[in-house]
Write a protein that binds this ligand. Structure first.
Ligand SMILES: [Zn+2]
Length: 620
């Protein structure tokens, strides 16, 4: 009952996200296939992944930004009359009201106690399940032919493209380029052409002597709680020249070296067959040219790989661009990020390269150091992006709202045209304020990190009920914010939160060629995870990824989108049905417990809690 009401309301308010919620949600409220996000299926082997000819016709709609959000108009007349094309548009006031509702909720004493108890109960319940059923789970897996942990599909759900190769790989590549093409012009400074040899000469370096230690890209003891130091680890040998040359898509070589390395990583994934990854490429919002340039880089260097799906990360560094006078306002930054996308969606014929590239992009990420504090409190009185001209950086929740709002409008427009849609998958809860997790609860499809859920029982319980996927990277956390042994991943997994394992930055954190396997292996060793645990994590990773419906059906089973045991095909996932049944029953139990409590008028705190639930969570 709650769910039905909820879906209806949410359909009003969060049309895009409701669709996603139904993807994760129970089947009884709507036909389950209906709500799945649309991702472009990979091209068939005989098809050309770079074919530019299938762009749909232009529509000639107009777009105009108002209050930081793009509105779509059928023609000039409609624009003058301020009558936008009928798409759902978000409303700032409701968002801020919802925000404050949840904020009140997470500090409410009785609710806190309640959630804390339920979470403890969930954990104990799992221990009991483990004690009673571990052997039967194991037996079920043993009798499952062909499939084992090594050949279930795993997706690296959180990885940055600029660090997707390990340090040894980067080192080998640098040496190789120096040996084979030292006299190639690789940069231009003050009108003077510079060869690769000259680059190294100016740094007083001979690549032959380079080692992984002198490369100094690995995170270590010095980076703990020092995100600034960590960021500088992206510069090989501490030299930003090398970062520009080897790890950027825009440089004198048109990002050729970077593309070559990414392709080498992709080849390794293709060879290992069962691993996929979702690397993040940056769009900064300095200029509208970034998008066509990125699309050109992708097509020119033929970076497509069936084992990779791309995510666009937007660093929250408006303040830096503003202080360098590269941007007049925050609104301009949003315009640079989103206007090219709206144009490519409305008039694909005029933006064929970008249209093609967007087929392989499945989501957006918002990244930066979360522990940076902002003095501004986001509310409906906050200045809108067009008049946000100060040098101060807007707070996290402000970034998230405007990213989400524009993605939502864009998605509805794209769905109307039968084009693929995007998920919003920000970094969240790695450090900083707990309120970040509240913003993401409202706006995100899934998040990366989520460490701070540890500190708020109410939010943790909400994330559990809503089954919001969390991509966790304990090795990355170990170098930056939280020691491995204190990482909550095992605890979250046991309670039944939807967690997956990811590498974040293999260049900084990993030692072997198979970084994702390294991540799984270490987690398995340290926490003594069973095969069933590992395969459950792997299954989660495919579910939360941007792989297309067809691929998910192939990797997880025909009915993967259904919840509970019927959505599981053990022959493909190697997750025991006993485990699936346990998870499903436990979740249903919690939900029915809540709906019963809502009916009883005595427990007023809970009623409040549930009503707010109805208004707040897009994911539930
Ligand atoms: Zn990251």
């Amino acid at each position: 009952m709650i769910r039905e009401k909820y879906a209806r309301l949410a359909y009003h308010r969060f049309p895009r996200t409701t669709a996603q919620y139904l993807g994760h949600g129970r089947a009884d409220t709507a036909p389950p296939e209906e709500g799945l996000p649309d991702f472009h299926p990979p091209p068939q082997p005989q098809e050309d992944p770079y074919c530019l000819d299938d762009a749909p016709p232009n529509l000639g709609y107009l777009v105009h930004m108002q209050g930081g959000i793009f509105f779509v108009y059928d023609n000039k007349k409609m624009l003058q009359r301020q009558e936008p094309h009928s798409l759902p548009y978000p409303d700032l006031e409701t968002y801020t009201v919802d925000m404050s509702h949840i904020l009140a909720l997470i500090t409410d004493g009785p609710t806190k106690t309640y959630c804390h108890r339920r979470l403890n109960f969930l954990e104990s319940k799992f221990s009991l399940h483990e004690m009673l059923n571990e052997m039967s789970e194991f037996k079920e897996l043993k009798s499952n032919p062909h499939r084992d942990f090594y050949n279930v599909r795993k997706v690296d759900t959180h990885i940055h493209a600029a660090a997707c190769m390990n340090q040894k790989h980067l080192l080998r590549f640098i040496k190789h380029t120096y040996q084979t093409e030292p006299d190639r012009t690789v940069a231009e400074k003050w009108g003077r052409k510079i060869t690769l040899r000259q680059v190294f000469d100016s740094l007083h370096m001979d690549p032959y002597d380079l080692t992984v230690d002198s490369l100094d890209v690995h995170a270590g003891r010095q980076t703990f709680h020092r995100f600034d130091k960590f960021n500088s680890k992206y510069n090989p040998v501490g030299a930003s020249e090398l970062r520009d040359l080897y790890l950027k898509t825009e440089n004198y070589l048109g990002g050729e070296y970077f593309a070559r390395m990414v392709k080498e990583v992709a080849r390794e994934l293709e060879e290992s067959k069962y691993q996929y990854s979702e690397p993040r490429l940056s769009i900064y919002g300095r200029s509208p040219k970034e998008w066509p340039n990125l699309a050109r880089w992708f097509i020119q260097h033929k970076v497509y790989s069936p084992n990779m799906r791309w995510i666009i990360q937007v660093p929250r560094i408006y303040d830096i661009f503003r202080s360098k006078k590269l941007l007049p306002s925050f609104g301009k930054m949003l315009e640079n990020i989103f206007l090219p996308l709206f144009e490519a969606t409305i008039n694909p014929q005029d933006h064929r390269e970008l249209h093609l590239f967007l087929k392989y992009v499945t989501g957006f990420d918002s990244v930066d150091d979360e522990s940076k504090h902002s003095d501004h409190m986001f509310s409906d009185k906050s200045p809108s992006p067009e008049i946000w001209t100060s040098e101060q950086n807007p707070p996290y929740s402000y970034y998230l709202y405007y990213m989400y709002a524009n993605i939502m409008v864009l998605n509805n427009l794209r769905r109307e045209r039968g084009l693929s849609t995007f998920l919003f998958r920000p970094h969240c809860g790695e450090a900083g304020s707990i309120t970040h997790l509240v913003s993401a609860f409202l706006t995100a499809d899934n998040i990366s990190h989520g460490l701070l859920l540890k500190k708020s029982p109410v939010l943790q319980y909400l994330y559990y009920l809503a089954q919001i996927p969390i991509a966790m990277s304990p090795l990355s956390n170990n170098s930056l914010f939280l020691e491995y042994s204190k990482n909550p991943l095992r605890e979250f997994l046991h309670k039944g939160l939807h967690v997956s394992l990811s590498t974040d930055d293999p260049m900084q954190f990993h030692y072997t060629k198979e970084a994702l396997m390294e991540e799984y292996a270490i987690a398995a060793q340290v926490w003594k995870l069973s095969t069933c645990d590992l395969c459950e994590i792997a299954r989660n990773s495919v579910l939360q990824s941007g792989l297309s419906h067809q691929e998910k059906q192939k990797f997880l089973g025909q009915n993967y989108y259904k919840e509970g045991p019927e959505g599981n095909d053990i022959r493909k996932t190697n997750v025991a049905q006993i485990r699936m049944a346990f998870r499903y029953e436990t979740l249903c139990n919690e939900l029915s417990f809540l709906s019963d409590a809502m009916k009883s008028e005595e427990i007023t705190a809970l009623i409040h809690w549930n009503q707010r639930q109805l208004y707040t969570g897009p994911h539930f």
